[in-house]
Structures are given as C-alpha cells and as structure tokens.
Design a protein around this ligand. Structure first.
Ligand code: KG4
Ligand code: ZN
Length: 337
C-alpha cells in the first residue's frame, strides 16, 4: 500500500511517500526557518500563507522523487491535530481534495501520535514500551502497548522541553531554531559552570510529571545566582548548563517510569529527540539492559513520513475518514482514532 503523508501543522511543509508503512520512497521537508528567523519564533499567519504557496509543489515533488505516478497512490494521510489551525487547514483541505479527485481513501492523523510512532518506521520495536515524546509543544512519558494504544503516564505541567530550549535561545539571542543552536553551542561549553535547578522533588500523585518553567526562569532571570565560583559566565556555558538540566529533568522521570512499570524498552520521538545529549543519555540506558530506539534526525522533527507511517497502520485495520474530517488546534491528549 502506497500512502502519501502530508504534514503542515507548524513551520515545516512536508510530503512523503511511504510504502507499506516502512519503506520511505520520499520525504520532502520544505522548512520555513528562514522566514521565521527574524522573529525568533513561528509567526502563525506567515506559516499558513507559505503553506498555501508551497503545498502543491511539495506534494508534486514528493511524488516525483518517489518515482511513482499520482495514480499509484492508495491513500492520503494528513496531520489534522493538534497544531496551528490555519496551517493545519491548508494540509487538510489540500489532502482531501487531492484524494477526492483520485477517488482514494484519506485519513486525518494526530501529530503527537505520529511523532511517537516515527521510531517504528526505521527500527520497529516490540510492544509494550515506554514512549517518550519531546517536542516544541509537548513533553509526554507514556506506556505504549500498540500503535493506537497510548497511556499517558506524565507530562510537563508548564512549558514543553523544546519550548524551554527555544525561549532560552531567544532571550540570549543565540540563534534560531533554539534547540539546534543550544545543542551545538553546548559542545564547546562547560555544563558545570552554572548549577541551574534540576528535577524537583518527586510528586507523590504525579510522579512522572515534569516542570520546565523553573529551569527556564532561572536561566533567563537569575543566572548570576547559579554561576559556580571559578567558572566563566559565557553564552556557551549557559547553553551547556541549561541543556544538562533540561535533559536531567526528563531522564530522571524516564528512569523512574521504567523502574515502576517494569518496561524494558524505550522509544523517543519529536524534535528534541534530535538533541545529542538526550540521545546519549537514552542510549546509556542500554547498559542497564534496556532496549532503546529513536528516529534518525530527519524523522525526529516534523515530517510527512511519520504521518504516512502511522496512517498505514490505521488504514490496514480498515479505518478511514469521511468528508467531515477537519483540523483541530487542540485535542484531548491522545484521543483515539
Ligand atoms: O517536533 P518538532 O519539529 O515540532 C513540534 O511538534 O513542536 O519539534 C521542534 C522542537 C523545537 O522546540 C526545537 O527547538 C527542538 O524541537 N529541537 C531541538 C533540537 N532540534 C530541534 N531541541 C534540542 N536539541 C536539538 N538538537
Ligand atoms: Zn512536531
């Protein structure tokens, strides 16, 4: 089955052709980074306008790069929730009319689930596993027992982890997109220069929840307070010290969740899963006998392949949407199909 996957929930205009949910024939990602750079953040109106201008060309190129004809496509999948409403609508409407014209089925896909599913495309892992979703909008630790079976164990109670990276980078004018720049700058920074606040005390009721606003506020507003004597106050050191604790907050919760659930497998996805320190620390879990997967860098951030990959699972089970399917900016976490 050949599925065309379309992703326009934020600032990436992406289309991919995936065969049988596993073989990525093409995965084109047209990024709007340059457009949003001057604002150091995504401007929703600009994002949707650019999606409108680009979508037809991106889809056409994805089909061409896959070496197929549009009549070879068996179904169309598109991200329809959650995300920027105007941007989502561009993808949803384009996909629906494209599929209607060809007379093939179509299906709206949850962006968060698609991120969680992404590692399964390249390195399929047996269920159940601990699913870690870390992106600009979400930070979720979950127990995944099937492609559509996700139990949320913990989330951030305030900022998402990627949002914290982006806000720190914006405040110190480090560059855009924030997470990528902080990751790069940290490589030459001293991660012990600042002793920024790490994981808070375990919460009895919500032991896997995380908070990032305390760390973010400390880094932005009170960095002098946390500078360790004898260490230098440089941007690289701020970046590295922040990154150390941002990853630490997540990893401590991941470790606790693994311990309590007895799960032996971990799979991470989302833009922040591209972070080199996080990848290293997750990988280190293998020393404790855990099996660990995360996507290649291209499948961490927003892309059409993860949408087509997850859609294949639903479609194979006979699920599809009808003309009433539309875009939703927000959804209740992990609404099932
Ligand atoms: O998954 P994604 O492309 O979009 C959302 O669904 O949010 O994730 C984007 C987020 C941004 O916050 C970006 O700064 C972060 O992922 N990110 C990173 C890295 N690459 C992207 N954060 C830390 N280290 C990275 N290498
Ligand atoms: Zn995303």
């Amino acid at each position: 089955m050949i599925v065309l996957g379309i992703e326009t929930s934020c600032d990436e205009c992406s289309a991919a052709v995936v065969e049988d949910g596993r073989i990525i024939r093409s995965n084109l990602i047209a990024t709007q980074i340059e457009l949003h750079k001057p604002y150091q953040g995504v401007v929703p109106e600009l994002a949707s306008r650019l999606h409108t201008e680009w979508i037809a060309q991106v889809v056409q190129s994805a089909i061409k790069n896959a070496g197929i004809d549009k009549r070879d496509i068996d179904a169309v999948a598109f991200t329809n929730r959650p995300g920027l409403l105007g941007s989502l609508l561009v993808g949803v409407n384009f996909a629906k009319s494209f599929a209607e014209t060809l007379g093939i089925p179509y299906i709206g896909i949850d962006h968060i689930r698609a991120h969680l599913y992404a590692p399964q495309i390249e390195n399929p892992m047996e269920y159940p596993y601990l699913g870690v979703l870390v992106s600009g909008g979400h930070t979720v630790i979950s127990k995944v027992t099937g492609y559509d079976d996700v139990e949320v164990l913990g989330t951030t109670i305030d900022d998402a982890i990627g949002e914290a990276f982006d806000k720190v980078a914006k405040f110190y004018d480090l560059g855009y997109p924030g997470g990528v720049v902080i990751d790069r700058m940290s490589k030459t920074g001293d991660a012990l220069a600042f002793n920024f606040p790490g994981p808070s005390m375990d919460r009895e009721k919500h032991p896997y929840d995380m908070s990032y606003s305390g760390l973010k506020t400390a880094v932005i507003n009170q960095r002098e307070r946390f500078l360790v004597e004898g260490h230098e106050d440089t941007k690289e050191n701020i970046a590295a010290s922040f990154q150390r604790q941002a990853v630490n907050i997540l990893m401590r919760r991941v470790e606790k969740a693994l311990e309590d659930t007895g799960l032996k497998r971990v799979s991470a996805g989302g833009g922040v899963a591209a972070n080199s320190l996080l990848r290293k620390e997750l990988k280190d879990l293998e020393k404790g006998g855990y099996q660990v997967t995360f996507p290649s860098l291209k499948l961490c951030t927003d892309n059409g392949a993860m949408v087509a990959g997850l859609a294949f699972m639903y479609l194979k089970d006979g699920k599809r949407d009808d003309d009433n399917v539309t875009a939703y900016a927000r959804v209740k976490a992990f609404k099932s199909f």
